[in-house]
Write a protein that binds this ligand. Structure first.
Ligand code: HEC
Ligand code: HEC
Length: 494
């Protein structure tokens, strides 16, 4: 079904920082006669613990100076100070780190003695560095009130969430568990509404604000478009025209969409990062994950650094973004940041969350009749290291446009370890069951599986996509309903 062209798989002979990041490179001598094939670390134990610890700090707390954007440009500090109480923040998916708070504060939040409907509480939490992925500089005014002087974001905003075992009743009877908890780094925050948050900024045009707000109403939470601003906003990419609204309209006409926030776990050893495999050592010496960290850190978070990729052409020019203010605070932290992400293994499924006997049958199908293993192979369930990237038709997702904005215009087979943790599936979230229509996003039915848990429902829709006829964009696998159900149980077990 796909053309499996042979690929050399040889990578650059790596030195310096990458080796420090515990990439074992064989035959990488001074006068290397042959190009070495680097062996990426496959075990967390191969990583340098010191580097991992530094990266963890960066991942959680480093804004790379992006306050220049979130404060000076977007004025989010004022928006938050005036109107964002903790319950509002929780509604748009922000999380509170219970371990950053003294026990009496956690108790006060749980029992309602600390008001969650007051923006002053949000500022107090920011002052304690307890809002996951958000950093605030808070001062006390002459009136005794807290003020948010500077505000910025970190990687953890999108790629961390918290555990659901701290129960919050806030004086009422509804348990708001999942708002305050212990950090789960690398788990995508699928409750987050980045577009809704952005739409609150007074610095946007009305069309921009409406576009950002529409992500939640059209797609739900957990979606973000990491390509929009470099194609529309001259402040983000000087190569685009000066008319933001015209740029935006043109971008939407060509099919720009937000995508699901993916996990930052289970990536150790993979030679290419992101849905479209843009990240690799050829384009970022620090490593595949670092490529994307630099892209996001500079072009999206607006950290002080530079990004360049000659493969991404916007308005006739290669993408080149420079957000330095006489400094570069991104490059030096990339190796540690990558090591930390590599250290995060995919979470194992909760006990009892799948049917072991059906999963065993599903495994046979995955490796046989359903042909899944032809792409989802090896320990991480991806052929990215052994085969490389796939052409556009390898994705059975409904959206066909997102890859147009990528560097490779191809797909990386998504690794599947821990997929039970992050429905909906596929880059556009089209592997999902829609309770409103009682059908999958592609219109197919999940029959007896409906009404199960979200993971089962959504994974059934995923397998339906693959099982669909070729004319309907599937791989025509001819799986029976029973076989679909078995395959789903196997996917839940990964
Ligand atoms: C506003 C939300 C947001 C922020 C902030 C953010 N990311 Fe992402 N991240 C995304 C989205 C969306 C993608 C998917 C892009 C794609 O694959 O095309 C992504 C992709 C990734 C991936 C690729 C995973 C894979 O399967 O290869 C990693 C790793 C990652 N981000 C880490 C980070 C790090 C580290 C930071 C901080 C420097 C960061 N992200 C900041 C939204 C975000
Ligand atoms: C031709 C290669 C290929 C085959 C065969 C294949 N996949 Fe995939 N798979 C992909 C690609 C590429 C993606 C990413 C698609 C996207 O996000 O648009 C993907 C994504 C997925 C995802 C979503 C993961 C996530 O985190 O969003 C699941 C689940 C999945 N595949 C399961 C399967 C199953 C089950 C089979 C067999 C029925 C299968 N795949 C067969 C290439 C393949």
């Amino acid at each position: 079904m796909q053309q499996h062209s042979a690929r050399s798989g040889t990578l650059l002979c790596l030195t310096g920082a990458l080796i420090a990041a515990a990439v074992a490179v064989t035959a990488c001598g001074g006068n290397s006669e042959t190009q070495a094939t680097p062996t990426f670390p496959t075990e967390v134990s191969q990583l340098d613990p010191q580097l991992v610890a530094e990266g963890k700090d960066t991942f959680r707390y480093d804004t790379f100076g992006d306050e220049s954007f979130w404060t000076d440009k977007l004025q989010m500090n004022q928006v938050i100070e005036q109107a964002v109480d903790p319950l509002t923040a929780a509604k748009v998916g922000l999380k509170v780190d219970a371990d950053a708070l003294p026990a009496n504060v956690v108790k006060g939040i749980q029992d309602g003695t600390i008001p969650l409907n007051d923006p002053q509480t949000t500022l107090a939490l920011l002052q304690m560095n307890a809002v996951v992925g958000a950093k605030g500089q808070v001062s006390t005014g002459p009136d005794g009130k807290l003020h948010l002087d500077r505000f910025g974001i970190t990687c953890a905003l999108c790629h961390s969430t918290v555990s659901k075992d701290v129960h919050v009743f806030a004086g009422g009877t509804t348990d708001l568990a999942g708002i305050v908890g212990h950090r789960l780094d690398g788990w995508p925050n699928r409750d987050l509404q980045p577009g809704t948050i952005l739409s609150l900024s007074p610095a946007l045009t009305a069309a921009q604000a409406a576009e950002y707000a529409s992500w939640f109403t059209k797609y739900g939470s957990g979606f973000y478009d990491p390509r929009i601003n470099v194609n529309t906003d001259p402040g983000s990419n000087p190569a685009v025209g000066s008319d933001v609204d015209a740029n935006l309209a043109a971008y939407k006409r060509t099919g720009g969409i937000p995508v699901v926030i993916p996990p930052a776990f289970g990536l150790i050893g993979l030679s290419k990062a992101i849905f479209t495999g843009d990240g690799d050592v050829q384009h970022e010496p620090a490593g595949p994950v670092s490529y994307w960290n630099r892209y996001v850190g500079v072009t999206q978070m607006h950290g002080h650094g530079t990004f360049f990729d000659e493969r991404i052409i916007v308005n006739g020019k290669p993408l080149q973004v420079d957000h330095r203010e006489g400094d570069d605070v991104v490059t030096a932290v990339l190796p540690g940041l990558e090591a930390y992400q590599w250290s995060i293994v995919a979470p194992t499924p909760p006990p009892g969350s799948f049917d072991t006997v059906a999963a065993q049958r599903g495994k046979v199908l995955f490796n046989g009749k359903a042909t899944c293993v032809s792409c989802h192979s090896g320990a991480s369930f991806t052929d990215v290291n052994t085969f490389g990237l796939h052409p556009a038709n390898a994705s059975v997702a409904l959206d066909k446009n997102y890859i147009k904005f990528s560097a490779t215009k191809q797909w990386r087979t998504t690794p599947l370890k821990g997929i039970w943790q992050h429905p909906p599936y596929f880059h556009d979230g089209s592997g999902a069951y829609d309770t409103a229509t009682a059908a999958c996003k592609d219109g197919s039915s999940i029959g007896g599986a409906a009404g199960g848990d979200v993971v089962t429902d959504d994974l059934t829709c995923v397998v339906n996509r693959y099982n669909a006829s070729k004319t309907n964009g599937g791989f025509d696998l001819q799986l029976t309903a029973g076989e679909v159900a078995d395959l789903v149980q196997y996917l839940k077990s990964l």
